[in-house]
Write a protein that binds this ligand. Structure first.
Ligand SMILES: [Zn+2]
Length: 96
C-alpha cells in the first residue's frame, strides 16, 4: 500500500548563506540622496480638497531637469501633475 504525504510548500527553497558575501543589506547607499529628495518633495496633501494623499498616489518622473509628481487623490479623485516652483514671476494688477 502506498502512503501519500503532502509536498512541502516550497520544495525548491534553499536558504541563502549567511552572511551573503558582497551584499550590503543596510547602511549608506548611492541612491540615498535621490530617495531623500523624493520623500522631501513628494506632495502629502491633495491640492484640490486638502486630504492627505496617504491612500492616493504621487509618482515621480522627470521632464528635462524638473521633477514632476503625477498625483491622484483617493478622497476626491483629482489627478494632476505637481511641480515644485523655485521662483514665481507674475504680475500685479494696477490699483484703481
Ligand atoms: Zn483630493
Amino acid at each position: 500500500m502506498t502512503t501519500l504525504t503532502a509536498a512541502p510548500a516550497y520544495p525548491n527553497h534553499v536558504e541563502p548563506p549567511d552572511p551573503i558575501e558582497g551584499r550590503r543589506l543596510s547602511g549608506v547607499h548611492w541612491w540615498d540622496p535621490d530617495r531623500i529628495h523624493h520623500l522631501e518633495d513628494m506632495p502629502h496633501f491633495c491640492p484640490h480638497c486638502g486630504a492627505e494623499l496617504g491612500t492616493g498616489i504621487a509618482v515621480e518622473y522627470w521632464q528635462a531637469d524638473e521633477r514632476v509628481y503625477h498625483t491622484w487623490c483617493h478622497g476626491c479623485g483629482w489627478t494632476g501633475d505637481i511641480i515644485r516652483v523655485h521662483r514665481m514671476v507674475g504680475f500685479e494688477a494696477a490699483d484703481d
